[in-house]
Design a protein around this ligand. Structure first.
Ligand code: 5AD
Length: 475
């Protein structure tokens, strides 16, 4: 009766929140299981950023709710952004959902589950579903516990769990660390200020302590997470010698022995002042991969989106970063078909997209989010136009990616070995530029930085051989 499966939709922050919920439940004696079919509690941690993401989770919940007919003690919960966005209204469509918990209340999940189960055990099931989407001061500090993959396997093995029995999960070597929650930017298209609330940052000391603890458990790479990480600590810490609190945090994490690589997401172009650009010159652990959401290459659309930069300023940032690290990798977010976007305006996006030469990009068709300013704007763009613009950018991206990967064939890349690949026969890891590599290796190399000679590339993956000199026991 204590098997919990958590299914996560959306961004890395949601993945991190799910890990924290898993850690809290595990501490209370629950088992976190990999199968959504063999579980007693199923929690859907949801995304609201586009309508399709919400529909996916609603469809899943409706499907799973049927299970209650033959498994009456089954508990179904909806957590996170869609819970926050829609609250009790979800029960109109999904009356069998037992639990709806918003983004500031993840830490309450164990207690609510206990309430539901205790009431059922006493023969007096709760008359109504539990809904908690209230704001809570300090909730950014409650996401701190980690369940690492090796912990889950150990737990399942100890309990004789079939899904992982006999299998030792490789040690986890890359971890997400939440540094900040919420966003005050009010981009006209975006639901996040509603789902994640006002900007709040965690204390720097807590973040550094968490990264140190992760390093002690074998983690080599941290990704610092927040809705707008470049605004980290802006109300809590002063600039020192022109260095922003976010860059101060990067310096502190860089100083931790055992952490070899630092990544972060998502930043705002507005946060790329000289101090952050310079950080790439002086902090070697900071990976040369920048996710820099452009959204549009048209100044008029950027203004309508309430994005406070111009296409010229955006490109200046890209060039400044390339000047510091010539081999910098770039990714971006683009919205096509924002209300009123003309062919000429899209052409400006296409042109800037091409000029930036992205290695990776997330291209989204504009999705109406009710309650946001853009939802009220006239001149919504037809689906087929969005589709065509989407395809244009994805085509360019594919060309870029192939071209970039081709330049890597024959070179030697530093790769952090993460574990077995999907087939279980080879190993996988990523370059500093976040390219996925597949290669033959030895389990002892998991968690090590190795040199990989790249001998083949597809659109998205590099294949190579370890350069063995100086690597003991590699073969
Ligand atoms: N429609 C389409 N894409 C959106 N995004 C945010 N809101 C919307 C929306 N209403 C995209 C933005 C953001 C990414 C996380 O999702 O590009 O950077």
């Amino acid at each position: 009766m204590n098997r919990v499966h958590i299914k996560t939709y959306g961004c890395q922050m949601n993945e991190r929140d799910s890990e924290a919920v898993a850690a809290m439940l595990r501490a209370r004696g629950y088992r976190i299981v990999a199968s959504e079919h063999d579980c007693d509690v199923l929690l859907l941690n949801t995304c609201s950023v586009r309508d399709a993401a919400e529909q996916k989770a609603i469809g899943k919940a409706a499907n799973i709710a049927h299970r209650k007919r033959h498994q009456p003690d089954f508990v179904l919960g909806i957590l996170g952004c869609m819970a926050q966005n829609r609250g009790a209204e979800l029960l109109d469509k999904l009356p069998d959902v037992d639990l709806i918990v918003g983004t500031q209340k993840f830490h309450q999940v164990p207690e609510y589950l206990e309430n539901i189960r205790a009431a059922r055990a006493a023969g007096v099931p709760l008359a109504t579903s539990i809904v908690d989407i209230a704001e809570e001061a300090g909730s950014q500090n409650t996401i701190r516990d980690h369940v690492l993959s090796q912990d889950v396997a150990a737990e399942s093995n100890a309990a004789g769990g079939a899904e992982n029995a006999g299998v030792d999960a490789p040690p986890q070597i890359s971890a997400f660390v939440s540094i900040q929650q919420g966003c005050n930017m009010d981009c006209a298209f975006c639901i996040v200020p509603k789902t994640r609330g006002d900007e709040r940052s965690r204390p720097m000391e807590d973040i550094v302590a968490e990264c140190r603890a992760l390093a002690e458990r074998g983690v080599r790479e941290v990704t610092l997470l927040g809705q707008i990480v470049t605004s980290y600590g802006r109300r809590d810490y002063a600039h020192t010698d022109g260095i922003s609190p976010f860059v101060q945090l990067l310096e502190r994490v860089s100083a931790i022995d055992g952490i070899d690589r630092i990544r972060f997401t998502s930043p705002h172009p507005r946060g790329f002042k000289q101090d952050l650009v310079d950080a790439y010159g002086r902090l070697p652990k900071l990976c040369g991969y920048v996710h820099l959401p452009m959204q549009s290459g048209s100044d008029r659309i950027l203004r309508a989106m309430n994005r406070p930069y111009t296409r010229e300023r955006y490109f200046e940032i890209v060039e400044a970063l390339r000047a510091v690290r010539p081999d910098m990798y770039f990714s971006t977010d683009i919205i096509v078909g924002f209300p009123g976007e003309t062919d000429e305006e899209f052409e400006q996006t296409r042109e800037l997209f091409e000029r930036c030469n992205y290695d990776m990009a997330y291209v989204f068709k504009y999705s109406i989010r009710s309650g946001t300013p853009a939802a009220e704007m006239g001149d919504q763009i037809p689906d087929e136009v969005k589709e065509a613009r989407n395809a244009t950018l994805l085509g360019l991206l594919q060309q870029n990616s192939v071209r970039r990967n081709a330049t890597l064939v024959g070179t030697v890349e530093e790769v952090l070995v993460e574990g077995p690949d999907k087939t279980g026969r080879k190993f996988t890891g990523r370059t500093r530029g976040n390219r996925v590599c597949i290669f033959d290796a030895n389990p002892r190399l998991i968690g090590q930085l190795v040199s990989l000679k790249i001998d083949r590339a597809s659109v998205s993956t590099l294949y190579g051989e370890l350069v063995l000199s100086g690597v003991p026991d590699a073969a």
